[in-house]
Design a protein around this ligand. Structure first.
Ligand code: HEM
Ligand code: HEM
Length: 189
């Protein structure tokens, strides 16, 4: 059955190219992660200045992270659906193809688990999270250290890992485009 007969048209993936939904979700998450790391790194490198405060008020860390979490749930559900329909682009059976597939799975898992651990930590701390006067994450009735402590340890550790992996991933995509001159980048843009 053709994709248009399924009523999904260009929204759906095709074996040769990711569809509109996958592409929008990919770039929306990439832009939000860029915002997240720009803010975090400017606090580390520049410190408390009017500019870093302005950055944090325009893009509050917790809210940008919650948005990433929501988009990732949609992205994984959509990816599973497309894979089940046999419409997802596949990787070649070479070692670089296996590496690319393992890299994509790890990127997706980290991008879900990083905000996931932060949400768990906020809830288990007994404080929850409120931004702009709205309570976005409720709080547990009492502090639960056995959940809070591992989540606390994992959140920033996984986030730095994601930064390095995403840089490697973007570098590999640009290598395909500029050096190998194949159509890998066209699959997602
Ligand atoms: C895509 C999502 C997220 C990314 C990439 C991310 C990234 C990071 C990074 C790199 C740090 C370490 C900062 C440093 O050491 O200077 C950090 C810390 C922190 N994040 Fe996130 N974060 C995300 C989502 C969230 C969410 C949803 C919340 C709140 C519910 C949150 C709350 C915090 C807090 C309270 C800290 C300071 C404590 C710590 O270092 O673990 N983050 N985050
Ligand atoms: C400038 C930044 C980026 C570039 C140039 C880029 C490029 C690409 C390209 C070319 C593909 C298709 C690969 C293929 O089909 O073999 C792809 C897929 C993918 N990218 Fe990126 N990417 C970027 C940022 C990111 C970031 C920050 C993440 C972190 C979540 C990410 C996660 C993924 C995943 C998981 C896939 C597989 C398809 C999917 O599940 O959406 N990318 N990317």
């Amino acid at each position: 059955m053709s994709t248009s007969r399924r009523g999904q048209g260009r929204w759906a993936d095709r074996p040769a190219r990711y569809g509109t939904v996958t592409r929008w979700l990919h770039w929306a998450v990439a832009v939000l992660l860029l915002m997240q790391f720009t803010t975090v790194l400017s606090w580390r490198w520049v410190g408390d200045t009017p500019a870093t405060r302005a950055l944090s008020s325009v893009a509050p860390h917790g809210l940008v992270g919650l948005t990433v979490f929501g988009l990732m749930l949609a992205r994984l559900a959509w990816g599973w659906r497309m894979r089940a329909l046999g419409m997802r682009p596949t990787q070649p059976g070479t070692w670089t193809g296996h590496l690319a597939r393992a890299g994509h799975i790890t990127l997706n898992m980290l991008t879900l688990l990083i905000p996931g651990t932060a949400i768990l930590r906020a809830w288990a701390s007994g404080h929850g999270m409120a931004v702009w006067g709205v309570r976005w994450i409720p709080s547990a009735e009492r502090e639960m250290l056995f959940l809070e402590a591992p989540a606390d340890l994992l959140h920033s550790t996984m986030a730095w890992g994601l930064l390095f992996l995403a840089l490697g991933h973007a570098g590999a995509a640009l290598y395909h485009h500029a050096v190998l001159r194949d159509r890998t980048l066209d699959r997602i843009r």
